[in-house]
Design a protein. Sequence first.
Length: 400
Amino acid sequence: MPALDISRLRADTPGCSGRIHLNNAGASLMPAPVLDAVKGHLDLEASLGGYEAADARAEAIQQAYVDVEELIGAPRGTVAFVENATVAFAQALSAIPFRDGDLILTTRNDYVSNQIMFLALQDRFGVQVEHAPDAAEGGVDAPAMAELVHRRRPRLVTMSQIPTSSGLVQDAATVGQACRDREVPFLVDACQSVGQLPVDVEHLPCTFLAATSRKFLRGPRGSGFLYVAPEALEQGMEPLFPDLRGADWIDRDLYQPAPDARRFENWEFAWALVLGTGAAAHYARRVGLEAIQERSSALAGHLRERLAELPGVRVMDRGPELCAIVTVAVEAREGQELVLALRDRGIHTSSVHRTSAVLDFDDKGVESVLRLSPHYFNTHGELDTAVEALAELLAAEGTG
């Protein structure tokens, strides 16, 4: 595998200048081709008008679909563009005709918005929610979850491949194969996966995959996508509330869903953001997902080692496979307080509170964590500077 040209990649990234960006799990820095795609279309809208600009860029818009499909190994016509991963996830959930007593099987590490949706379905429709057990080393016990798929025959199985609250990578492929064997729909939240590591929807395998543009994919905010497996389309799965983009009204009491994943889309789009997402997918493939994963994971490993040396700091990431999200609990300090203090020093991080990861954080006995998420364009020097800045903050306050 050829080494990445970090100098060139950083030159492609205007945001690298003057700051250290370690919040790629929140919103990464867009490279120049993505910025050009977004700005170029906005300029075209300003000169032509919104509808006319979309018509003029119809071929480029279609290429954005192709770029995203190629990014995740998906057949043509299986990707729908939406506003973000949560919208994608909700659209997929709405395609499942839940009935009283149906079971949703999920994990203890699923994303907070997903967990809230499950509880809402429980309250409104009497759907049962079961969390598969974690393995001793952390993260879902994938063989145990696969066994639950066989024994419990859930109406839906869903999991976050990478949760927002730690650097854990969960074994979606094992669970996905169990779902395929039993013909149970499998919904994967790949919000933190896409752009950070290779994602192949056939390898997982899954019925639906929800993702966003702004995180490790390095696309713009306000854009995401939903993958819908060909068999789901053939079976007539569709969202609960289609609109004129996703269906045709063909008679007084009859509508016809779009033949492909567009049935999960709405009419109104920020096409500039869709083009930016396509450009981000193309850029990631050009850099190379295997190389991205190798470097990002190595940077995160270096960061964990350095942070573990600080008094009063506990690295919280657990699991057989870890990624480029690093979480630490700091004695007597709130995560958000540290985020703001580091931002004043030009270092961008984020925090996660217990309300975003109740089961995970209760197991770990923490209320909040500081989250640092490097990406392939970061340098070891930047990580060392961030660790030194945190050490200075803690020493000034007498922590530890």
